[in-house]
Design a protein around this ligand. Structure first.
Ligand SMILES: Cc1cc2nc3c(=O)[nH]c(=O)nc-3n(C[C@H](O)[C@H](O)[C@H](O)COP(=O)(O)O)c2cc1C
Length: 206
């Protein structure tokens, strides 16, 4: 490798894209694309912009769903990318965003009733988490929140669940990857950990 100093406009290095559903004050659902997330145990930490409808909803109603699209759903994220469920549109977003009350219809996605939270799941997503927001910590410049949400139920299309164990089969699961404003399918398997619950044998390495 020959490293040079790079100057990327954004730092989205390649993380799963997600669709976060929350509940508006009138009981209707909101839906927002996101990509800032990580998980430890049952806790999911999301980076959520402070001036969006999603942050307002999370602060008022803790039940959300986090839905993971596969690669063919990338146009839905583009359809949502200039829409906000917040009215009036915040000053800083007015040049780029318009208000949309029915984000599911705008994205051409289908709301699916959840088991434990009011926010609906996205039927077209093969992997769906129901979660409760437990804490919202303002970021340093207050433009975003670090949202800690406890996953209370996982739903998965049976095609990606291993028979009998309930484990997700990572070889069957193709998350949509968001990297530097482009979308990618997951790519080929490179290896696995000795702790895999799916692999037939431990990895063979030097
Ligand atoms: C691919 C993609 C990834 C995004 N990632 C995030 C994110 O991680 N966190 C966030 O708050 N906004 C993210 N956004 C922007 C939000 O979708 C945007 O702020 C929108 O206004 C949220 O909708 P809402 O105002 O109805 O909540 C992303 C948008 C796109 C298209």
């Amino acid at each position: 490798m020959a490293h040079v100093v790079a100057n990327p406009h954004v730092l989205y290095v390649g993380t799963p894209a997600l669709l976060v559903a929350s509940t508006n004050a009138d009981g209707s659902p909101n839906l927002a694309p996101a990509s800032s997330s990580w998980a430890l145990g049952r806790m999911l930490c999301l980076g959520i912009e402070a001036d969006g409808q999603t942050a307002l909803n999370m602060a008022a109603r803790a039940g959300i769903t986090v839905n993971y699209p596969s690669a063919p759903l990338w146009p839905a994220l583009v359809r949502l990318s200039h829409l906000t469920g917040r009215s009036p549109v915040p000053e800083a977003k007015r040049d780029r965003y318009t208000y949309e009350h029915d984000k599911f219809a705008a994205a051409r996605l289908t709301p699916q009733r959840s088991d434990l939270v009011d926010a609906p799941r996205v039927r077209e997503c093969a992997l769906q988490f129901e979660a409760m927001v437990r804490r919202m910590t303002p970021g340093l410049d207050r433009s975003y929140f670090m949202v800690e949400a406890e996953v209370v139920r996982v739903h998965a299309d049976e095609a990606i669940v291993q028979d009998g164990t309930g484990e997700i089969d990572p070889r069957a699961w193709h998350p949509l990857v968001y990297a530097f404003r482009h979308f990618f399918d997951r790519g080929a398997e490179a290896g696995w950990l000795p702790s895999s619950r799916i692999a037939e044998h431990p990895p063979v390495i030097d």
